[in-house]
Write a protein that binds this ligand. Structure first.
Ligand code: NDP
Length: 399
């Protein structure tokens, strides 16, 4: 028996649940808990009580509450698909109950828009001692992009020198301004300064100030902006031959204009303000008025293209490859009622969970995705809706 407790009932969770439900060979009993019980009940009704055995209201900011629920259900694995703020309380509850843990995004304190692995890596010794495992960042980026890097290192290179992760959403949801995953987390991320790794140091750039126009497979040329993304931090640590590592994401002009206006009037701030005698956080208010990312799925057209350009040495010769996936919004909607950004995150969370539960990827401690054999994960990507391709090419970057 391999039982799993999934925490969070948003866009990503809905995809993971539906994929896990189809795989009784990996997942026996599935339990679901989240802040809003009604969302769990709706998913249980949609997927079936035979697969989602029970649902619970849970405040995952409260480690004690999570501990009590884990003790009651005794799952083999807790899959955290709530928000990054809940990573540490859920990891504490896993430690208290000696239960394995998986997430898709690194910890962020609520009152500080800063994301890095230090807080979760600090659990390494405690998890090891307890004989339990945490798998960090089992989404697409982070997640699949880390596995692509490990796959390239294993099969294509003797040494990796340059890494550029590119994330293009070439889709159209028809809204003036909307984010494709949790708006609060997304806007906190993209309004940060850019950061990249070069010759052993981290270098900072002004937010969204460095641009490359890149040609994406089956999409076309899109403006791509340098940003910091958490997988850079773990990948450069685990592949010390890397001389430069960067992350790029595409944004359209209309999106950037909306974002700049919202920022300039203070709507993206996380500092509380006094409003009619109440303290409110402007960004939390903005989240409440923006479309729910899950609601974008119906009628969403176009594709995503997310991948990793890697340049390095093989048999003394320099070469570049691009490993990537195209994911179609409409096809995701037809399969699981979701848009491609939720799908590309929810499927790798299911795969990571399956590999942990069947012990293909299992060792005590806190690990990033690139620290395991990439082959079984790459195989499951092909089987479960995220097929990948490898191109030998020239590096497309002018900078
Ligand atoms: P949503 O906002 O759609 O869903 C988050 C869910 O978590 C909601 O159901 C929410 O409850 C629940 N939740 C929030 N706070 C708590 C709490 N204190 N206790 C219990 N439940 C809580 O987000 P997404 O599904 O879009 O994103 C989920 C995660 O995936 C995020 O961490 C995001 O950063 C990550 N992600 C990772 C990607 C990757 O490629 N690695 C890409 C995209 C997302 P309620 O319904 O009440 O609001």
């Amino acid at each position: 028996m391999a039982n799993v407790l999934i925490i969070g009932a948003g866009g990503v969770s809905a995809v993971t649940l539906k994929k896990c439900a189809l795989l009784p060979q990996h997942f026996d009993d599935i339990y679901l808990a989240s802040r809003t019980l009604a969302k769990c009940e709706n998913l249980q009704q949609e997927i079936g009580k035979d697969r989602i055995k029970a649902v619970f209201a849970l405040d995952a900011d409260n480690a004690q509450e999570v501990t009590t629920l884990i003790k009651k259900l005794n799952p083999d694995l807790v899959v955290n698909l709530a928000l990054p703020y809940q990573d540490l309380p859920i990891m504490d509850a896993c430690l208290a109950t000696q239960t394995d843990y998986l997430d898709t995004a690194n910890y962020e304190p609520k009152d500080l828009a800063k994301f890095e692995y230090s807080w979760q890596w600090a659990y390494q010794a405690k998890f090891k001692e307890a004989g339990i495992m945490a798998l960090l960042g089992s989404g697409f980026d982070p997640g699949v992009t880390n596995v692509y890097t490990a796959y390239a290192a294993k099969h294509f290179f003797d040494e990796i020198h340059y890494l550029d992760i590119v994330d293009c959403n070439g889709g159209d949801h028809g809204q003036a301004f909307a984010t494709n995953f949790n708006p609060e987390i997304n806007i906190r991320e993209i309004t940060q300064p850019g950061r990249f790794f070069e010759n052993g140091e981290w270098k900072e750039t002004a937010p969204l100030s460095v641009r490359e126009d890149l040609d994406y497979q089956n999409i076309g040329v899109r403006a791509s902006y340098l940003m910091f993304h958490e997988e850079l931090e773990s990948i450069v640590k685990h592949f010390p031959s890397i001389k430069r590592a960067r992350f790029w994401m595409t944004f359209g002009d209309a999106y950037l204009t909306h974002l700049r206006v919202l920022e300039s009037v203070g709507m993206t701030s996380i500092a509380p303000i006094d409003f009619k005698g109440q303290q409110i956080v402007p960004l939390e208010f903005l989240k409440a008025v923006l479309p729910n990312p899950g609601s974008l799925a119906e009628g969403y057209t176009g594709k995503t293209c997310i991948g990793t350009y890697i340049t390095g040495l093989k048999d003394g010769k320099e070469k570049t490859i691009f490993i990537y996936n195209n994911c179609d919004h409409k096809a995701c909607y037809e399969e699981v009622g979701a848009q491609a950004v939720s799908y590309t995150t929810g499927v790798p969370a299911m795969i990571g969970a399956a590999l942990m539960l069947n012990k293909t990827w299992h060792k005590p401690g806190v690990w990033n995705m690139e620290q395991f054999d990439p082959d079984p994960f790459m195989e499951m990507l092909n089987e479960h809706g995220l097929p990948w391709h490898v191109l030998e090419c020239e590096s497309p970057f002018t900078k």
